[in-house]
Write a protein that binds this ligand. Structure first.
Ligand code: ATP
Length: 289
């Protein structure tokens, strides 16, 4: 088992990693530890591990690290594992993974497998990017793109609230052209999700189920700071999907075509539209669910 650790994920997570590693060692699992030094390193380390036949690659970090590891092992025989050490840890909450490092390590050792179907985003500039939980275009992506990462490390998810307040008065709320399985729509923001949850443990798409093919797509028509702030207030109350100006639809293929609108994938800045989103061709096996 290869453990890929992102030391910049979450805050002061090294001690939590050590506790998990101790449990894995105690169970006789001989985990090999590799630490990232920059963005993209988790994907490289995971790809190299899978290429030399490591059967399990564990993402020790947050959703961005998970997405990188998933991308690195895609198409190989390696399974993905998760030690949730990030800030929001949406996938871990979605799958009901334990947050305590000892319990999370125990789950990895027990080895129950589930299959996920990550999404694949193909951008207009030729980039392709895998995401495991969600991809957003519009307001939430602007918040992610301009987030102060040092502040996030210090105060965690409160940094998103702070950045939202800063973004509200200046975000342009330009319309985005959305095509869902050939049917056209317009929205000012869109979130394409594989799971129910968003920004931690908050419900966005109550009917969604990780592992199923296709996507649930939340389209937002809020055109200004007040209606957007109300959506932000509804999120922690789990009322987001029932708010006026929010539509939840399903699609197997999503095209967002308006150029220049910011995009986030699994909570990390991912450039700008246009993008076409479909399922990855094959499933991804996740261990420890
Ligand atoms: N050593 C590193 N230095 C700088 N950035 C890194 C390093 N290792 C990984 N990264 C990048 O850090 C980004 C954020 O990490 P990650 O998403 O795992 O943590 P998080 O943002 O705290 O958690 P969450 O996404 O669950 O809120 C990842 O997308 C990854 O590309």
């Amino acid at each position: 088992m290869l453990v890929v650790f992102n030391p910049t994920a979450g805050a002061r997570r090294r001690r939590r990693l050590t506790r998990a590693m101790d449990v894995l060692l105690g169970l006789g699992l001989r985990p090999e530890l590799a630490e990232t030094t920059c963005r993209g390193d988790a994907e490289r380390l995971a790809r190299e591990g899978a290429a030399r036949g490591v059967p399990m690659v564990i993402a020790a970090g947050g959703d961005g690290t998970i997405a990188e590891v998933a991308s690195g092992i895609a198409g190989s025989d390696a399974a993905l594992g998760v030690l949730p050490l990030g800030t929001a840890n949406v996938l871990a909450w979605e799958l009901g993974l334990p947050m305590r490092p000892e319990a999370a390590a125990g789950r990895l050792a027990r080895g129950r497998m589930v299959e996920l179907r990550p999404g694949m985003a193909r951008f207009g500039d030729g980039r392709a990017r895998l995401f495991v939980q969600m991809l957003g275009a519009g307001f939430d992506a602007a918040v992610v793109a301009n987030l102060d990462l040092a502040l996030k490390r210090r105060i965690g998810r409160a940094a998103y609230v702070w950045q939202t307040i800063r973004e509200l008065p200046r975000y342009p709320f330009a319309p985005i052209a959305v095509t869902l399985d050939g049917e056209t729509h317009t929205a000012t923001s869109a979130i394409i999700t594989k799971g129910r949850l968003y920004a931690g443990r908050y419900r966005l798409a109550p009917e969604a189920k990780q592992g199923e093919p296709g996507f649930h797509v939340a389209l937002f028509s809020a055109k200004g700071p007040v209606s957007t702030a109300l959506l932000g207030a509804a999120l922690p109350l789990n009322l987001l999907s029932r708010m006026p100006g929010v539509r939840l639809l399903r699609a197997a293929r999503v095209e967002l075509t308006t150029e220049g609108v910011p995009v986030q994938a699994d909570g990390d800045a991912a450039g700008a539209l246009p993008v076409v989103v479909t399922d990855m061709p094959g499933p991804l096996r996740l261990i420890g669910a």
